[in-house]
Write a new protein. Structure first.
Ligand SMILES: [Zn+2]
Length: 136
């Protein structure tokens, strides 16, 4: 290998190392964002629901036992009806975050589920658990 070619080869190796390093940094950054989001969601969920399967993000809406007479039961049902949609929305978000963390582990994080292209970094910053790119 002559000197010129050797320099060129070293440059390519350097670039590859840089890309790999950037990828690693990117994954570490987003993994911590996702873990923070997961903890926040679990905290909110635990106020209104009890976990069925925490690993999968399955929760069940609970309601306080206020009493047993008719009026108390009505209040309990009302509270349940109020919490249910909140719980379902939080649960769905939590499951998205769990799936995104799976993708971090399997090395497919940051790619669109639909067209397999890279998801825009701004989109991921706004929503780290985004599954698709802006176009899809
Ligand atoms: Zn796409």
């Amino acid at each position: 290998m002559d000197r010129k070619r050797l320099i060129c080869y070293t440059e390519i190796v350097n670039i590859i190392f840089k890309i790999m390093h950037m990828d690693k940094k990117f994954l570490i950054e987003f993994k911590s964002l996702l873990l923070n989001e997961k903890a926040e969601l679990e905290k909110s969920l635990e106020r209104i629901a009890k976990p069925i399967n925490k690993e999968r993000g399955d929760y069940e809406t609970t309601f306080e036992e206020i009493g047993t007479d008719r009026e108390d039961n009505t209040t309990e049902v009302e509270e349940y009806a109020e919490n249910l949609p909140v719980e379902m929305a939080l649960e769905k978000k939590l499951q998205d975050v769990i799936l995104a963390l799976d993708r971090v582990e399997s090395g497919t994080y940051g790619f669109c589920e639909n067209c397999q292209k890279e998801i825009e970094i701004d989109r991921l910053r706004a929503n780290p658990s985004a599954k698709t790119c802006i176009k899809c």
